[in-house]
Write a protein that binds this ligand. Structure first.
Ligand SMILES: Cc1cc2nc3c(=O)[nH]c(=O)nc-3n(C[C@H](O)[C@H](O)[C@H](O)COP(=O)(O)OP(=O)(O)OC[C@H]3O[C@@H](n4cnc5c(N)ncnc54)[C@H](O)[C@@H]3O)c2cc1C
Length: 601
């Protein structure tokens, strides 16, 4: 049975020491954030996830969800009780606005909790996770009545939320949506159509489910410009807040899928269901993007989460399992064999995992701080700067974070040898669960195109220029320092590769847009590599200062500096290879016709 311990020490290091969250006390929601408060949330949240959610992960995978003939769905044994505990402890309310019953704490703490939840039980985490996305869309675009009616109960997790975009014939290309919304005399709409792959679409965890649904009104343009967003509750809500009639939305089936078995992935049939327009007609995609941006960061965290939990189990196994001898001579001559931990190839996999997860955690938590600052920083200029940076980084956190998260999970399975392939060890589940994060919330191919096709050009290149400038300043400040200098110089070279790749796109992609499409995945990975390198430089600076100040936790900070060196040695050189691939453009990639792909017998 796999185990999980929330990485609270590392999280406290990032939150309290690197980002110095308590230093933002002048911003709304941050007043009550002292290191004592953040430590209490981090430690108690970690304990809840490790003790309540993690033990349900493997059995939940084995049992899965069950759909009954009446269309109702039950989650695996123990999920309902755990969700009740989650709700009663208020874990879902951490960073939600106080005016709707939330605790109003920084998004940073909500994000930390998302990592712990997802590591301990990704399928469970998706029930409150999708609710958070729906809450963000309603906060941004809902009418005052809609906010009052739905938000308090969604934030308290008495009700949960879903997002309904996908239909059988359209996933990425939402302009083709066929679900219809017919205006009714009472101001509501009758929603009819079929949505597929709807996570948490039906279940027994909450008394009501609030679906946010994309649909088209009569005569709407036949493209993404004709999409509107509707709120469609499973049970209609009376004016006094009590639950009324069952609405015309039913779960037709649940998918049998590769992973996240304990999360119900539903086909939802809407048959004249009563819905209400959220925001303006034909502006639904913009509203849905608010939800998706929040959700994309949450999915990036899933990459980190799966890497972390699979890494923890691989470390335990590598220290315990004995096979062969160390290349440099027996490490434990008394025993018949050494632990596999002594083999450089095993260590390579473990160090890759450690360097990725710790760097990625820093990027995600800093990303969450940027979200906070984009809403709450004191000046309009600071808010705009934070917004620009997080909007640039979101596809990288989602796309690079989940590609690497999956890669780490498979490498950690590899550490187990054949035992990693056997279900009872749990490593197979981590790999299967990690895989979906590369696909949903916009596939990683779509993230790469969002980064290269939209975000690089955003504000005339203002976002990417601000990013280059900020890294450049940190590199300049570190150069010349005995420990930080070599790290900064390595990062500078990788940054140069990213700048050259950016320039290549500027010079070549206009003439042939396929060049952009052909290199977008590589660019997203270059930027992921550089971004984590930057995070390692920032963490190293704090570690070095702690060591210079004579910290008692020497081993922790020394490990940070060593892991930073490993990261610079082993991750950054890939930026150069990826840039060279990117600069070959699309010619050989797009040259063959469809007939050349057919297998000749
Ligand atoms: C377990 C699970 C849970 C899900 N949960 C939800 C949910 O809660 N709500 C919801 O609405 N949906 C959900 N989805 C749907 C998911 O978001 C879509 O599957 C995903 O967006 C991809 O759409 P598609 O499957 O139709 O693939 P397609 O759009 O058909 O894409 C197929 C391939 O083509 C590529 N491609 C397509 N268009 C382009 C392009 N323009 N440029 C480059 N490459 C392109 C894609 O990257 C992909 O590799 C879920 C899916 C699964 C499997």
């Amino acid at each position: 049975m796999p185990t999980y311990t929330a990485p609270t020490r590392d999280t406290r290091f990032i939150v309290n020491e690197v980002l110095e969250l308590a230093g933002y006390g002048n911003l709304p929601g941050f007043e009550m954030v002292s290191p004592d408060v953040t430590d209490a949330v981090i430690n108690e949240g970690g304990k809840f996830c490790a003790e309540v959610l993690a033990p349900l992960n493997l059995p939940g995978d084995q049992e899965g969800c069950t759909r009954h003939p009446d269309g109702s769905v039950t989650t695996p044994k123990g999920f309902k009780e755990a969700f009740d505990q989650f709700r009663e402890a208020g874990w879902g309310t951490l960073s939600a606005p106080e005016e709707f019953g939330g605790q109003g704490l920084p998004h940073v703490l909500g994000m930390v909790m998302e990592e712990f939840i997802s590591s301990s039980n990704q399928a469970f985490g998706m029930y409150p996770g999708l609710t958070n996305g729906a809450v963000s869309a309603l906060i941004a675009k809902g009418s005052p009545e809609q906010k009052e009616k739905y938000l308090p109960k969604m934030i308290s997790n008495e009700w949960t939320g879903t997002m309904n975009l996908t239909e059988p014939h359209c996933g990425t290309d939402l302009g083709m949506i066929r679900t219809r919304a017919e205006p009714q005399a009472d101001g509501s709409y009758a929603i009819t159509g079929t949505k597929i792959f709807i996570s948490a679409g039906e279940h027994d965890l909450s008394e009501n489910i609030i679906h946010l649904v994309l649909a088209k009104t009569p005569g709407a343009p036949d493209s993404t410009k004709g999409i509107s967003l509707f709120v469609v509750p499973k049970f209609l809500v009376n004016d006094d807040g009590s639950l009324g009639e069952r609405n015309g939305v039913m779960c037709g089936s649940i998918e049998h899928k590769m992973g996240i078995h304990a999360n119900a992935t539903c086909v939802l049939n809407y048959d004249g269901a009563k819905g209400w327009l959220v925001g303006e007609e034909n502006k639904g995609l913009a509203a849905m993007f608010i939800m998706m941006n929040a959700a994309r960061l949450g999915v990036g965290i899933q990459g980190l989460s799966m890497a972390e939990v699979s890494y923890q189990n691989a470390v335990t196994y590598a220290l315990d399992r004995r096979q062969g001898r160390a290349l440099t001579g027996p490490a434990d001559p008394q025993a018949q064999a050494d632990p596999i931990f002594v083999h450089p190839d095993v260590r390579r996999m473990l160090m890759d995992a450690k360097a990725f997860t710790e760097g990625m955690r820093m990027l995600c938590i800093w990303g969450a701080l940027l979200v906070d600052l984009s809403h709450k920083a004191q000046t309009e200029e600071e808010r705009a700067e934070a917004d620009l940076m997080i909007s640039l980084l979101t596809p990288v956190i989602k796309g690079y974070g989940t590609d690497k998260g999956y890669e780490v999970a498979t490498n950690m399975q590899q550490v187990f040898g054949g035992h990693g392939y056997i279900e009872e060890w749990g490593m197979s589940q981590f790999v299967r669960d990690a895989r979906i994060a590369q696909i949903y919330e916009g596939t990683n191919g779509v993230q790469a195109m969002d980064l290269c096709g939209r975000k690089l050009a955003q504000g005339g290149g203002a976002a990417i220029q601000a990013y280059f400038k900020a890294i450049g300043e940190d590199i300049a400040a570190a150069k010349g320092d005995e420990i930080l200098g070599p790290l900064a110089e390595a990062l500078e070279k990788a940054l140069g590769q990213q700048q050259a790749a950016t320039m290549w796109f500027m010079q070549n992609a206009m003439a042939n847009p396929n060049h952009l499409g052909a290199g977008a995945h590589h660019y997203m990975h270059i930027m992921g590599i550089v971004s984590l390198g930057w995070m390692w430089l920032r963490m190293s600076k704090v570690a070095q200062a702690a060591l210079a100040a004579g910290t008692e936790d020497k081993a922790f900070y020394e490990a940070k500096l060593t892991t930073a060196r490993y990261y610079m040695d082993r991750f950054l050189p890939d930026a150069g290879a990826l840039r060279r691939k990117l600069e070959t453009g699309s010619d050989s990639m797009m040259a063959l016709g469809a007939e050349a792909f057919a297998t000749a017998a």
